[in-house]
Ligand binder design. Structure first.
Ligand code: GLY
Length: 388
């Protein structure tokens, strides 16, 4: 029998991306372990959980759009399977999204987004201000128009993370509740990790899925270390009293003076308001300025929020990558795979990431839809950019 310190697959990081990778690997018969001091933690404890493939589309991210849509399509089956495996309610809500414009500039920007949707064959419908308020009566009277995106839903990322821990446990995944200090490499192959307690965990393959921390794991050779950086997001949680329900019936978002703000209403009365986007390194302080900006912008969109109890403020770190897309699959170091760099789309991309990594771990190949996201796109680019 193999030692509990040896596995076929060792996943570094027990956030939702590491957990889904471990769950899918274990389902395929691979002896799988996760190393993380707090499985189920990470950015998912902060995230609002929008599944916003269409409403969060950005210019220049068309190839990411394909992966986002592939993952959105998988969501209903993924939720059904995970609910069946764990008996947990994931707070998956097929409620759609309204993107609102507050002034003439916002409206012009939203018209551009609508045109991009139409060019990309995506479903979104233009509404005038009155139609927006008929859909969501709590919207400010000044809303000038909006886009109704019925295909962008939401899930509760905390429930998702907790359910994935249970699913992993039931599938036989071993948890090492300790920090991975260093990747172990022998004869140009990843062979496991050394933990912060000095224990060596050995594995046939190692998957680095440590979110924003992935870019600074010791022992990963230069050129293989993923170019992932922390992008801070501050988020607020309010509570809608039952007598006020439904306060909002769908996710409502807007760009207010250039900053994104979104309000995500859960069925249990939680209303999540997010999120700042700050390049401040490893700082996770909740600041007065961050809270003020979110409340100011959300209030402009939905004035009634100031009546609601503010129940939580928090900040997390998105794993940003140079092209805002994830890094998935084998690297130039044998035995090391990546599942990181999901930036704004970690929750949305959870199902497709689990499937892509399971395929890579069992066949050595990524499925077609994930191939553009090979980590090698950065090493190849770096090589061509070398001066002659
Ligand atoms: N996808 C939402 C965010 O990153 O804030």
């Amino acid at each position: 029998m193999s030692s509990p310190r040896t596995s076929d697959v060792l996943v570094i990081g027990g956030g939702i991306i590491g957990l889904v990778t471990a769950w899918r690997a274990a389902q395929r018969g691979l002896a799988t372990a996760v190393v993380d001091p707090e499985p189920g933690g990470g950015a998912a404890r902060v995230a609002a959980g929008m599944l916003a493939a269409v409403s969060e589309l950005h210019y220049g991210e068309e190839s990411l759009l394909g992966l986002n849509l592939a993952s959105a399509r998988r969501y209903p089956d993924f939720v059904a399977e995970l609910t069946e495996a764990t008996g947990r309610d994931l707070g998956y809500r097929r409620c759609g999204t309204l993107v609102a414009a507050l002034d003439a500039d916002d409206r012009a920007q939203l018209r551009e987004l609508h045109a991009l949707h139409e060019r990309s064959g995506l479903e979104s419908r233009w509404l005038n201000g009155r139609e927006c308020r008929r859909l969501e009566p709590m919207l400010a009277p000044g809303v000038r128009g909006g886009l109704r995106v019925d295909g962008d839903h939401q899930i509760d990322p905390r429930r998702l993370a907790d359910a994935l821990v249970v699913a992993c446990e039931r599938a036989g995944v071993v948890f090492h509740r300790v920090r991975a200090a260093r990747l172990s490499v022998a004869r140009e192959r990843a062979t496991g990790v050394r933990t912060a307690e000095g224990t060596d965990l050995a594995a046939g393959r190692v998957v680095l899925a440590a979110g924003s921390l992935s870019g600074r794991l010791a022992g990963v050779p230069d050129g293989v270390l993923p170019p992932v950086r922390p992008v801070k997001g501050q988020v607020l949680r309010l509570t809608v009293p039952a007598r006020w329900a439904p306060f909002l019936s769908r996710t409502v978002r807007a760009v207010v003076r250039g900053s994104q703000v979104y309000l995500v209403p859960r069925e249990n009365g939680e209303l999540v308001i997010g999120a700042t986007s700050e390049e401040l390194g490893w700082d996770t302080t909740v600041t007065a300025g961050g809270v003020y900006a979110l409340l100011r912008d959300a209030h402009e969109l939905v004035p009634g929020i100031t009546e609601l109890p503010l129940t939580e403020t928090c900040a997390g770190l998105r794993p940003g990558s140079p092209d805002n897309a994830p890094l998935l699959g084998p690297t130039d170091l044998a035995g090391l795979l990546l599942a990181t760099g999901h930036h704004r789309n970690g929750v949305l991309l959870t199902p497709v990431t689990g499937d892509a990594l399971a395929r890579a771990l069992t066949t050595g190949e990524l499925p077609a839809e994930a191939r553009p996201f090979t980590p090698r796109r950065f090493t190849a680019a770096a090589r061509t950019e070398q001066p002659a």
